[in-house]
Design a protein around this ligand. Sequence first.
Ligand SMILES: [Zn+2]
Ligand SMILES: [Zn+2]
Length: 340
Amino acid sequence: MFKNHSRQAAVARTVTFAGITHYYNRMEVVKENLLFLISTPYYLVIIGIEILLSHLQHRSLYTQKDTLTNLYLMLLNAGIDVLFRAVYVGIVFQFCFSHSLYHWPQQGWLYWLCLLLAEDFLYYWLHRFDHEVRFFWATHVTHHSSQQMNFTVGFRSSVFQPLYRFLYFLPLPLLGFKPLDVVFMYSATQIWGIFVHTKLIGKLGWLEYLLVTPSHHRVHHASNIKYLDKNMGMFLIVWDKMFGTFQPEMAEKEYEPIAYGLTKNLEKPNAVSIVFHEWRQIWQDATQKGLRFTERWNYVFGPPGYSHDGSRQTSKQLQANEEWPASEVQLIMDNEPVTT
Ligand SMILES: [Zn+2]
Ligand SMILES: [Zn+2]
């Protein structure tokens, strides 16, 4: 069923301050509050179990400083999200919804299934660009700067992501998904997204084929070269398999133990540097003397690790070198038969 103009006009009229308030009240009371009420005890229980097992098994899965940093970054992110949500949900999503190309006849299981698939697909690309474009990596890097892997790392948010994340999800209200349902589905899949941050759960059998599992997400947080920029999905792993970013976790004897964190970890992280260090580095790189325009551009919008003089390497360059070390390439070239 395509455009219904009277319905559009009615929806468009709600794009006002009163409309925002109305939507906020509905959202807070009905769905998001319910989700919050269910998820909070769930988080506390799984974190409690993890701390207990960490203690019993004498594994230092938690450090006080790292956990406090995770909490600090979550609060910054949540503050920005709450402040900005009125704009992107109440105005931008609502505007797109009022001009939607399709009207769902009913909100049954097919509506919710399509929303889940479409939103998870779009999240994959948000996350992928966060990793492959340095301008966005500068924000997302905070999620990866912990050298621990526990459930609280899941709360270690990309602080400024709420300011641009909504742009990736604009197709959803345009496809007739209600703005509040889009936000609700994002929050619901995020519950799974928190659950995959742990060392305590091994591989999950057949679920490994379908879902992003703790094993997949451990790879995502690893700084080992083979694991860089892999497994970007939030809920389904199928997107990584379709678009070439999938990497299973390998046994230590096959590869090497996972080292969590960044390829170059911050030496003295503090409250400011942990959020802004990559921005400062971008500024220093892009304002070097004597660079061409394309080189400055690449320092900002190219892949993380780009350098005009080869002093640093991108993930892809590191992976190519690991696969084909220069010494091996030389050996092959030396042994190649000479043809005339
Ligand atoms: Zn990431
Ligand atoms: Zn993560």
